[in-house]
Design a protein around this ligand. Structure first.
Ligand code: ISL
Ligand code: CA
Length: 602
């Protein structure tokens, strides 16, 4: 009953937000920018498409909403919250893996691509979720994890049986080497992303299989045309159900280096760049596009670990017919060196966005994101999550996500300003990466426990995976179970959706406003990007321009006040979005408060 009452309240408030935003409803970019269109329908040189002007919201199903009291989020839980997402104004949901899985890596280890994970529900629940999304004129993209499967997938169960099993060649098997001491050694020096060798010895046939991730995630052999056809077939299965595309997990890794030689010491600094640039990568993606994607009006976004910005057009230039866009890691990982936190600077971040603008022409599209289920919380990493700055800095980051160039991705809970979790001990973590690292680094005697934990607390993926905070009741309204699968952040009593829906000044309502602005301003989608002051260490100021439609974005990335002199020609008398209630027009330089964000149209 409690659940129902709360949901009713949430839906009522959301309806209000939707009505309020109604006057600013999305319209196709082209209809508002006739002056800039050429005969071919281009806008500022870009071919307009729905996925370029969309705002995407990532749902991590395990942590979104539990509907049956087992402590694990599920599909019915998501369906029950669709009005909340619709009220936020997002167009597309990206669902992290919902497939049958033994959960060695929370669903990124798939046992059956055509079955829904039992904890998440049934295929009928999936169909109902999809129908609920379509009924709200939203779209759904799902996670395509085909660099590897679970070791419990029937292909692998077969593959490991014998060297002449028909599925043997679905995976990457190699005999070991003999070490100087006469002992068996893995075929090469590749390391798994989750510690240890990337090779696992299998006594059944006396060979090793490759796993760039967990031992329970054997890599598929894309050299085998049968594997590729299996993948295309499962893609069609979901597309024919009506899903609108895929987020493709570590997709550049599908082509392996011929002969799998050892990494050189230099390559060992950046192994992902070797894994992500195999010689047949583009050929495989072009084949996938030809055989599958080109037959549907869908969106494709590749998680492109190992692909540098300079290499990005190879995957996304629309004349190459591979993917629509990728997640380049330069910005999101500016605060780390390997797995270790490192301080970042604002000019460093700006330089990355400037490079994006310079290196991608109108044939290439981009993503804008600074968080997801593999990274700590947005406001904790790039803003300031101390109580006095959390709301303002979370709103500043929302402003930036919705005004930079590229399709913006919002990770669940960031629209509430959710923060990192106050982890104390290794036992509080669930992530295989954290646990394996503890085993190898700390128990192996290489890193003091206190140092490992201090870094992990800041960088762990589990920071982003704690359950959504819906209200101030037990476990944040995520579950009625006594214990959720991963603990709810204790700050749920103050940071939660119900409180934010009721507060017009909340991070949630600010996101809704920023998203609405993104939707009504073609310049924020297709406009040129110009950084006005690249070396300023405190203020990030840029313009987005599409013919006569011009926006100026000014962001004070600091708790300290700042002044910013407007360049000649910029009239700052039309504030269209701001996170602190400043007077719209200022004469002379702008006086920005700590973490103040403003958007002017001029
Ligand atoms: O997040 C990482 C380590 O902290 C990255 O190395 C990450 O593993 C890499 O970006 C690939 O991520 C994707 O594939 C993994 C899965 O664990 C991640 O959740 C997924 O996003 C293996 O499927
Ligand atoms: Ca459940």
């Amino acid at each position: 009953m409690r659940e129902l009452a709360v949901r009713g309240m949430v839906a009522g408030l959301v309806l209000g937000a939707v009505l309020a935003a109604g006057a600013q409803a999305t319209s196709p970019a082209g209809s508002q920018t006739k002056g800039l269109q050429t005969g071919s329908g281009l806008v500022n040189g870009y071919q307009p498409t729905w996925w370029k002007s969309a705002v995407v919201y990532q749902v991590y199903p395990r942590s979104f909403q539990d509907s049956n009291g087992d402590g694990i989020g599920d599909l019915r839980g998501i369906t029950a919250r669709l009005d909340y997402l619709h009220g936020l104004g997002v167009d597309v949901l990206w669902l992290s893996p919902h497939y049958d899985s033994p959960n060695a890596d929370n669903g990124y280890d798939i046992r059956d691509y055509r079955k829904v994970m039992t904890e998440f529900g049934t295929m009928a629940d999936f169909d109902a979720l999809l129908a609920g999304i379509k009924a709200r004129h939203m779209k759904l993209i799902i996670d395509l994890v085909v660099n590897h499967t679970s070791d419990e997938h029937h292909w692998f169960v077969e593959s490991r049986q014998s060297k002449n099993n028909p599925y043997r060649d679905y995976y990457i098997w190699r005999p070991g080497k003999v070490g100087p001491d006469g002992k068996r050694m893995p075929p090469n020096n590749y390391r798994s992303a989750f510690s240890g060798s990337a090779w696992q010895y299998d006594p059944q046939t006396g060979e090793y299989y490759l796993h760039l991730f967990a031992i329970k995630q054997p890599d598929l052999n894309w050299e085998n045309p049968k594997v590729r056809q299996e993948v295309y077939s499962l893609m069609r299965f979901w597309l024919d159900k009506g899903v609108d595309g895929f987020r493709m997990d570590v997709i550049p890794y599908i082509s392996k280096q011929p002969g799998l030689p050892d990494l050189t010491p230099a390559q060992q600094q950046h192994p992902d760049q070797v894994f992500g640039n195999g010689p047949r990568r583009d050929e495989f993606l072009q084949e996938m596009n030809r055989e599958v994607l080109s037959h549907y009006d869908v969106m494709s976004v590749g998680e492109a670990a190992g692909v540098t910005l300079a290499q990005e057009p190879a995957l996304v230039d629309d004349r190459r017919h591979e993917l629509n866009m990728i997640f380049n890691f330069d910005a999101v990982r500016i605060n780390r060196d390997g797995k270790q936190w490192k301080d970042w600077t604002l000019p460093g971040l700006k330089a990355i966005y400037a490079q994006h603008a310079a290196q991608l022409d109108t044939h290439s599209w981009d993503t804008v994101f600074l968080s997801n289920h593999d990274n700590p919380r947005l406001v904790s990493s790039f803003g300031d999550d101390r109580p006095e700055y959390r709301v303002a800095s979370a709103k500043l980051l929302a402003t930036m996500l919705m005004t930079l160039r590229g399709t913006p991705f919002v990770y669940q809970g960031d629209e509430l300003g959710m923060t990192n979790y106050p982890f104390q001990s290794i036992n509080e973590y669930n992530d295989i990466e954290a646990k394996n690292g503890w085993q190898e680094d700390v128990l192996g005697g290489h890193v003091p426990a206190a140092d490992y934990l201090a870094n992990l607390r800041r960088m762990s993926r589990d920071n982003a995976r704690t359950p959504m905070q819906w209200d101030a009741t037990a476990n944040g309204g995520f579950t009625t179970a006594a214990k959720p699968w991963l603990a709810v952040n204790p700050n749920f009593t103050t940071i939660n959706a119900s409180a934010e829906l009721a507060d017009p000044d909340s991070v949630y309502h600010y996101y809704a406003q920023a998203i609405a602005l993104h939707h009504r301003a073609p310049a924020l989608v297709y406009g040129d990007y110009r950084d006005l002051d690249p070396t300023n260490p405190q203020v990030f100021a840029y313009t987005r321009t599409l013919g006569q439609e011009r926006y100026l974005v000014v962001l004070n990335f600091s708790e300290k006040p700042a002044e910013f002199a407007l360049p000649p020609g910029v009239r700052a008398d039309r504030l269209v979005l701001g996170n602190l209630h400043t007077a719209a027009a200022e004469t002379g330089p702008l006086h920005l408060q700590g973490w103040e964000a403003r958007v002017y149209q001029y």
